[in-house]
Design a protein around this ligand. Sequence first.
Ligand SMILES: CC(C)(COP(=O)(O)OP(=O)(O)OC[C@H]1O[C@@H](n2cnc3c(N)ncnc32)[C@H](O)[C@@H]1OP(=O)(O)O)[C@@H](O)C(=O)NCCC(=O)NCCS
Length: 296
Amino acid sequence: MLDVAPELAQILELARAQRPDPQGWSLVADVDWLAGCYYASGSARLLQPLPGGGLGGCAVVSPPRSGESQMAAASSMLRPGREGLWAAQLAWIEEYIVASGAEAARIVSECLNDSEQQRWKAAGYRLVFEELAMERDLSGGIDAPSRWPDGTTLIEWGNDAASASFDVYQAAFRDRPGFPGWSRSEWIERVCGDRDFAPDASLCVLLDGVPAGFVVCDRGWVDQVGVTPEHRRGLATALVNEATSRMRADGIRTARLHVNTNNPRALATWRRLGWHVSGRRGRFERESTQVVPRIP
Ligand SMILES: CC(C)(COP(=O)(O)OP(=O)(O)OC[C@H]1O[C@@H](n2cnc3c(N)ncnc32)[C@H](O)[C@@H]1OP(=O)(O)O)[C@@H](O)C(=O)NCCC(=O)NCCS
């Protein structure tokens, strides 16, 4: 069996080098994510070695999954200062997308910056999804206790909290773009099925006996927060504060979350609570896999 560890170590080093803060965190610098992305079954990889060692760039293309839309997926990285490798990298990506028989292509970027955005745009791809990665340092001090409105009942995570949270989820997220309309069991499986799901930091809140807010967390992550439209008066602040206090008590030093750039209300809440932006991620799509003619 092929030992991918040395290659993966080079890809990881490149992933770290292309981050604005090489010591910072991003999914792209998570070795499990990189292994799953770059060594998915059926995928093809391009490694662009530098003469002095290390990689200047790399890319991966995965063919459409059977039973899903005919969409190939690709991801790529370039070392800062090695942008000259882009033309060859793009040509390789285009070739493999066409060879995969896909009718459309999605580009996955977990470490998006303005130059990468410009490159995909020039290649005919449209940014269809963009999130900010945010984090909050939990290593010093303690949080003031959450201030709950009168009439609050906290339900610790379990079947009742999950079911009531789904009611809040539907009311809170119904108007968000791309609301998926999952059934109760699908939503519960998605939010609690992860191996890192943290029931101790997940909560539901009733106000005067009616489900009004919830927070669902994975270990070190605020995964989802929702408050029913009629109760948006500081309840998310109390819920997230409670969740991060519990994470801190559990020894977690940094809390993280992703928030869509089209969600200014949520962004305002996170900023008020002392979260700061640590990176960007995005998805680009192009309908046709036809190569865009290059201007000489
Ligand atoms: C994002 C979301 C969770 C924020 O909930 P929230 O409870 O309104 O958030 P906050 O705790 O920051 O409270 C915000 C408002 O309450 C006010 N507020 C804060 N504390 C208050 C208090 N003690 N008493 C009264 N009002 C208060 C704030 O000034 C703010 O008012 P404004 O919006 O008029 O400026 C909610 O809008 C929501 O569910 N959105 C849809 C789902 C979503 O996008 N979730 C986040 C992505 S996972």
